[in-house]
Design a protein around this ligand. Structure first.
Ligand SMILES: [Zn+2]
Ligand SMILES: [Zn+2]
Length: 405
């Protein structure tokens, strides 16, 4: 059987999260918040899913650049593997630093910093937008002459390491603090305390921060999250709020010079009032959110099912037709939007079920292209429309434990 064993990262990742939860529980600490952890996992699930479609594209880019523009002819050797790892880490430092200092890149990276908790689930907060920006930076590696196969292997190791530094359960690590990026260093990076802002950009080695003046030791207890917390669990809002804030500011600008300053300047140039105005327009914040056990149960079951589906989806990727891959991706994305909206107690989650139903029917039709299936699907849909108000009430009661008016 031709399985994709990289899928095993999913259960491994969950095991570590479970262990971290147990350790923090034993120490009497609350490092996990339900909504935050679910939101973090949702972002990670979407990224892993979409990564399946982009990984080939990125490899193609590295390969193309290597074949046409490579400056040096680099052959594999132990020394070169080490050199590549150090080069990758150096490029990462600048990618990460600019992701914080340039508005356009911050649009993608901001998602990683929205969590107000700090645990292993935060390491999942990577988006596919970020992968595109990063690839732009890493494109310098094949141009230097590193072969694409070597690059993708090193990126795998380099991408795995940061998982371990997103935790509060590990204190300072003695002599390692001088060389590697440790959990302590990365806690500082995720903190919004004034003295910790824009510090510790490194991924693997802390030397770059020390060299370029962005190093900060962990002293006071960090406060995690954005300086202006998002206070929303909406999957869509988390991904797009800053992009919208940027566009809003660009539209309000009076000259092209000002527009360029907003897009390519520091994120501080984005109008601070934009968030509130856009929230009014798109988020329709629900002020009276109360956590109900019913709601939590539904979200937990959905996320658990989605994680299982994601694992199987990745494991069996070589056996799935592209059409089914697209269907599963859509189904999972709709589920994540659904979970985020449920945590915000939105009423429109009901209508998302129509979309999920439609995708499911398409997938079924792919395997059983019979007119009877279409008829049955259409009949169910018509019935659902007919009894919509009754169904909606029942659904909302099931999900939220009461009917919202
Ligand atoms: Zn960052
Ligand atoms: Zn991080």
């Amino acid at each position: 059987m031709h399985l994709n064993y990289l899928a095993l990262a999913v259960p491994l990742f969950l095991t570590f999260i479970g262990l971290e939860y147990l350790v923090s529980h034993k120490r009497g600490k609350r490092y996990f918040k339900f909504n935050d952890s679910i939101a973090n996992l949702s972002v990670g699930i979407a990224e892993r899913l979409l990564d399946m479609f982009t990984v080939g594209l990125f490899y193609f880019v590295y390969d193309y650049l290597h074949r046409h523009f490579a400056i040096f002819d680099i052959k594999q050797s132990v020394l070169l593997w080490v050199t590549l790892l150090i080069c990758t880490d150096f490029v990462w430092y600048w990618y990460h630093r600019l992701a914080h200092e340039v508005t356009l890149f911050w649009c993608a990276h901001v998602v990683h910093h929205q969590s107000e908790e700090f645990n292993y689930t935060v390491s999942a907060r990577i988006t596919v937008f970020q992968a595109f920006v990063r690839t732009g930076f890493w494109a310098v590696l094949p141009v230097i002459g590193f072969p694409p196969a070597m690059i993708t292997s090193v990126l795998l190791v380099h991408g795995l390491y940061p998982f371990f530094i997103h935790t509060r359960t590990i204190g300072k690590l003695g002599v390692l603090e001088y060389i590697l990026v440790t959990p302590s260093h990365h806690r500082v990076h995720h903190a919004s305390n004034p003295q910790y802002l824009d510090k510790n950009y490194g991924d693997l080695l802390i030397i770059w921060d020390k060299l370029f003046g962005t190093f900060q030791k962990e002293e006071d207890e960090p406060v995690y999250g954005l300086t202006k917390p998002l206070e929303s669990n909406s999957f869509l809002w988390q991904h797009f709020h800053f992009i919208l804030e940027m566009f809003y500011s660009v539209r309000a600008a009076h000259s092209w010079k000002e527009r360029m300053r907003i897009i390519f300047g520091k994120p501080d140039n984005v109008d601070p009032a934009a968030r509130e105005i856009l929230e009014e327009k798109f988020l329709l914040r629900n002020k009276s959110i109360t956590e109900t056990p019913k709601l939590n149960n539904y979200v937990v079951w959905q996320i658990a099912t989605t994680l299982t589906l994601l694992f199987l989806f990745l494991l069996l990727e070589h056996y799935e037709p592209v059409f089914i891959q697209v269907c599963i991706t859509l189904l999972i994305l709709l589920t994540l939007i659904n979970c985020g909206a449920i945590m915000e107690q939105k009423k429109w989650v009901f209508y998302l079920e129509y979309a999920r139903y439609l995708v499911l029917c398409l997938a079924l039709y792919f395997y059983w292209p019979h007119p009877a299936l279409l008829c049955a699907a259409a009949l169910i849909m018509v019935m659902a429309f007919y009894f919509q108000s009754h169904l909606k009430q029942r659904y909302l009661r099931l999900v939220y434990g009461y009917t919202r008016t």
